[in-house]
Design a protein around this ligand. Structure first.
Ligand code: MV4
Length: 515
């Protein structure tokens, strides 16, 4: 391979916001690089703006008018003399036009080539490409043209071949949008129309293809990394099976069910998939792991992922530093053997969301009180602070709480303690959900799959928390204290018994029950 010249980066514009913008800037600053923030109206006072050396206002709060506008990001680079762009995740991170536009402007895009993004962006194209590389994909059919079925009739013929249940998926999709489960032949026509409509609405492309439905799968993804010298390695797996409506909630590394042998096999399959598109930078191959131990490639995410910290924790590495290294043309600092030898312990991540814990709807507003956990082997990647307003315009994630332990059991215990220290007031959060999950017997055993939250919603959903809980306790206490003497007719109501004001220990007992 021809020698790759090293081109040092001097100033990085981070085309993102929130915790990931902060996290990327920290590594840049540790390397002595200048960092530029971009921000919308809603983010004037955001942490990523405060820690950057310079900040450029790029428009109104709506992402479609700010963080998603390629011309505005490029203009900010020109204005500040940034020679590289880090896209974070979401927004423009997997937009091949943005990668092309950066290249055309002489700006280093910290990520893979536009060509690799394009090949992995189409799910049918990705299935073709990685199958040719020997990576197992879910049994299925891309359709007669190789990019979807022209009619429900054609899909039905293919579905009979595959065997029910099948899934209809959007070729342009990913992440579950435009996906329909079809249990039997009779359900296919309606599902086909529905999937097409949803795919068109979400991606502007109504091509849908078929996959056999894998029952009770685990979502296992492999972190891969490539450099410009043709080296490709994997950094093991993350188990992201704890999800709700295709939103990840808890991730861990390693997976409780992946043996060293399976890791080596899945790692090799992921590296082969990445090699098929000459992948450079950080990428993730998503697999489904069936109950029978079979694994199948689903899609490749051509970016650094939200949950990358659990991998960093078990390898003791900074993946953003690796991204900068390979973007500058340097070879990766470690070989596969060296990486394998570094793995140690277990890491878990809780995504703390500003959301209604019962209805799971975003709960924007002002954080009036915040206490974040601390102590050994705890990391809280956050883009907010006490007094901050959680805007309605973006993802409602408050922070990623990540802990490491020598064993999975130690990591789980540490997370319980960390969660108990975490206090947020002013907005609703899913902290109570996390506290319950880390005390759930099946979770503690590592015995879960992608249906875990759905099957255990009642046990994992708090009835009341915070102010609502306090109000309920005060009401109950008053009810007890104020109730008239029990009579034959009123004694069916347990609270209607005359009693003195309850003792505080009794109140805390109720509190624990109500939790
Ligand atoms: C599947 C599947 C079962 N069989 N494909 C959902 C999101 C998208 N990335 C792929 N998804 C799935 N694809 C086949 N052939 C089950 C899911 C799925 C799922 C996957 C990972 C994590 C959570 C999930 C929840 C429901 C369904």
């Amino acid at each position: 391979m021809a020698a790759v010249p090293v081109k040092p980066i001097k100033k990085v514009l981070v085309a993102n916001r929130g915790e990931i913008a902060v996290r990327v800037m920290r590594t840049c600053q540790e390397r002595g690089l200048a960092v530029v923030a971009v921000y919308s109206d809603a983010d004037r006072l955001a942490p990523h703006v405060q820690i950057a050396d310079e900040a450029v206002h790029i428009g109104p709060s709506a992402s479609a008018q700010s963080y998603l506008v390629i011309e505005k990001i490029l203009a900010a680079c020109k204005q500040t003399g940034a020679d590289a762009v880090h896209p974070g995740y979401g927004f423009l991170s997997e937009n091949e036009d943005f990668a092309d536009a950066c290249a055309a402007a002489g700006i280093t895009f910290i990520g893979p080539s536009a060509d690799a993004m394009r090949k992995m962006g189409s799910k049918t194209e990705a299935r073709k490409t990685v199958t040719a590389a020997g990576t197992p994909v879910v049994p299925g059919d891309n359709g007669p043209s190789g990019n979807g079925f022209p009619s429900a009739e054609a899909a039905l013929v293919a579905a009979r071949q595959i065997g029910f249940p099948v899934l209809l998926k959007a070729a342009a999709g990913g992440g579950g949008k435009g996906m329909r489960l079809v249990a039997a032949e009779a359900d296919l026509p309606a599902a086909f129309d529905g999937a097409r409509r949803e795919a068109m609405a979400a991606f502007g492309d109504d091509a849908v293809y078929l996959e056999k439905a894998i029952q009770r799968p685990r979502h296992i993804e492999i972190q891969v990394f490539g450099d410009q010298h043709g080296n490709l390695v994997h950094l093991g797996e993350r188990d992201c099976s704890i999800q709700r409506r295709h939103q990840k909630v808890i991730e861990e590394a390693p997976s409780p069910v992946v043996s060293p042998e399976l890791r080596a096999k899945m790692g090799a399959a992921a590296v082969a998939a990445a090699r098929a598109v000459a992948y450079v930078g950080a990428g993730t191959c998503e697999f489904l792991l069936g109950a029978d131990g079979g694994f199948y490639f689903l899609e490749m995410n051509t970016r650094l992922q939200v949950e990358h910290p659990v991998t960093e924790m078990i390898y003791g590495l900074d993946l953003v530093a690796w991204q900068l290294d390979v973007a500058e043309g340097r070879p990766m600092p470690l070989t596969q053997e060296q990486l394998d030898a570094r793995r140690r312990g277990h890491a878990v991540e809780c995504r703390v969301y500003a959301e209604d814990p019962v209805k799971f709807l975003p709960s924007p507003g002002r954080i009036t009180h915040l206490r974040v956990p601390d102590g050994p082997y705890i990391r809280n990647d956050s883009g907010c602070y006490e007094g901050a307003e959680i805007p309605v315009h973006y993802d409602p994630m408050i922070s990623k709480l990540v802990v490491w332990g020598e064993t999975r059991a130690a990591a789980v215990q540490r997370m319980r303690r960390a969660l108990d220290e975490y206090q947020v007031r002013g907005i609703e959060t899913n902290l109570a959900f996390h506290r319950r999950c880390f005390r759930h017997a099946a979770f503690i055993e590592g015995d879960y799959d992608t249906g875990f939250i759905g099957r255990n919603t009642a046990e994992l959903t708090p009835r009341a928390e915070g102010a609502e809980l306090d109000a309920a306790i005060i009401a109950a206490a008053l009810n007890v204290a104020m109730a008239p003497k029990a009579t034959a007719s009123s004694s069916t109501n347990g609270a209607a018994v005359a009693a003195p004001m309850p003792h505080s220990s009794e109140i805390s007992g109720w509190r624990n029950q109500l939790r």
